[in-house]
Ligand binder design. Structure first.
Ligand SMILES: [Zn+2]
Length: 499
């Protein structure tokens, strides 16, 4: 390019992680408002953020780009995105890009696991529309989340693809910077990215996604080593993917970007994919079902036992009203348990009865058919409160002022007064990232025998210090970790046997 002037680089993004098993579609309203930044708002919102768009901005300044903020749309993980939402967000993105005048490059943040009604490869569709509007020649460096299910066509649509390396995602800004660095190499040094993708035929189960541990850790270290040691390599990504999407590209990927060396890209992608495929051997899904988990908890001498209801991970977008463990605790007549259930109607019933009232109603299992049957609970309304509390410590999600909405505690009939059986009913879906959820409701978690959490990993910061033992339970629900619990039709590699 002509280097007498600053390169004009546009910033854009549309980010959504779509759970195709959810019956609740993600529509334009879920992107609008707080989740949609346009024009200058993009700079205001993201400049200081630990987000890839923040990295684009920092990198763009470092490399002397003239940055043109276009639009970044964000929606909370949820069901498949509607065609209408895609048309509106990408339509506005394209309008603004076309109004921006001649461009030398585009930095584009996409999640990588977006599924749209008519487009199983939603992120590829965004790129196709941008290519149709802006042409095939414009350098377009794209970022993805490590939960991306990368469609192979993306390496043809993008000029270079850079994907978070870390789970939990602590390198988002770093990846945005890397994308800006690659664009600078293209614009100033004439770099010509060539990309290769490999998709090992496996499900990389979410239970093994922590990149600070084996088996992901050495793979991520190898990706970093290649980027550091080989100047021909511009990027190496090893995303494990997102298993809650029934799409052909579901599963892990290896993406290698080189400077004009397709053979190197291919050979390194193949080598890392083989490393990843070997991980199957340690991924044995050997978790107890609810009946067995409750038996183990009742027999445990270490208390409290935390039962992790993996299929109802609220932070992962699940309902919060699964009853699999609750039903089993009742059935096996366990003592000293606490189960939080999201059930606004049951809270209203408790409020109608008032403190001391005799509660006799079905709780949970009401949102859909995936989270178990409602369970009839008889007992006494012990407490009603507004559900607000403060969490002063550093916890996942970073929130201080917490709110689980109007809440009620029911002491279940037949409880031991020393260690009662308690159902905590709340009106807002509230992930168990803080013990304050229980203490604010007058529940002394450390004195109970069994605590149910609806989570996967993030609860640990709060619960590990008091837990005698933690048992992860293979339960059904929108976030079930066992792929056999889902009826996959499009995903090709789901039931590949391990090892
Ligand atoms: Zn992610």
């Amino acid at each position: 390019m002509n280097t007498d002037r600053q390169p004009r680089v546009a910033l854009a993004g549309m980010l959504h992680e779509s759970n195709t098993f959810s019956s609740d579609p993600t529509d334009i309203e879920d992107f609008e408002g707080h989740g949609l930044a346009v024009g200058e708002e993009v700079l205001q919102e993201y400049s200081a953020a630990a987000h890839e768009v923040g990295g684009f901005i920092e990198g763009g300044k470092k490399h002397g780009f003239e940055l043109i903020p276009i639009l970044v749309g964000n929606a909370t993980p949820g069901g498949t995105v509607t065609d209408r939402a895609l048309d509106r967000v990408v339509g506005e993105m394209i309008e603004r890009l076309q109004a921006a005048g001649p461009l030398d490059g585009l930095l584009l943040a996409l999640h990588g696991a977006m599924v749209v009604e008519s487009f199983p490869d939603g992120d590829a569709e965004v790129m196709r529309r941008l290519r149709a509007a802006l042409g095939d020649e414009l350098p377009m460096v794209v970022t993805h989340d490590a939960h991306a299910n990368v469609a192979p066509v993306e390496i043809e649509l993008s000029t270079a693809l850079v994907i978070y390396k870390e789970i939990p995602h602590t390198d988002q800004r770093e990846r945005g910077l890397q994308a800006a660095d690659i664009l600078a190499k293209i614009l100033y040094q004439g770099a010509k990215p060539t990309q290769a993708i490999e998709k090992p035929p496996m499900v990389y189960n979410i239970l093994w996604h922590n990149t600070n541990r084996e088996p992901m850790l050495p793979l991520v270290q190898e990706a970093r080593r290649l980027e550091r040691d080989n100047p021909k390599i511009l990027g190496v990504s090893v995303p494990p993917g997102y298993q809650y999407a029934d799409v052909p590209q579901m599963g892990p990927s290896v993406v290698v970007v080189t400077d004009n060396d397709p053979e190197l890209a291919r050979s390194e992608a193949k080598r890392l994919a083989a490393m990843m495929y070997e991980h199957r051997k340690v991924m044995r899904l050997d978790l107890p079902d609810p009946a067995e988990a409750v038996r183990q908890a009742m027999a445990s001498t270490e208390a409290p036992v935390v039962l992790v209801e993996l299929g109802d991970n609220i932070g992962g977008g699940s309902a919060g009203d699964a009853t699999f463990l609750l039903a089993e605790l009742v059935k096996q007549k366990a003592q000293g348990w606490v189960v939080p259930i999201w059930d606004p109607a049951a809270v209203q019933e408790a409020a109608r009865l008032g403190i001391g009232g005799t509660f006799d109603a079905e709780v949970g299992g009401k949102l859909d058919k995936l989270h178990g049957e409602p369970v009839r609970i008889r007992g006494t309304v012990k407490l009603l409160y507004d559900g607000k509390y403060v969490e002063p410590a550093v916890r996942h999600g970073g929130r201080r002022y917490q709110d689980q909405g109007l809440s009620a505690v029911i002491v279940v009939e037949g409880s031991d007064p020393e260690q009662p059986n308690l159902v905590l009913l709340d009106s807002e879906r509230h992930p168990p990232f803080s013990l304050g959820q229980l203490t604010s409701a007058g529940i002394d978690a450390a004195r109970q025998r069994i605590l149910v959490v609806k989570a996967a990993v993030a609860f640990r910061a709060a619960y590990e210090p008091i837990a005698g033992r933690i048992i992860e339970v293979d339960t059904g629900g929108l976030t079930a970790v066992n792929p056999e619990r889902f009826d996959y039709k499009l995903a090709r590699t789901v039931l590949e046997p391990a090892g």
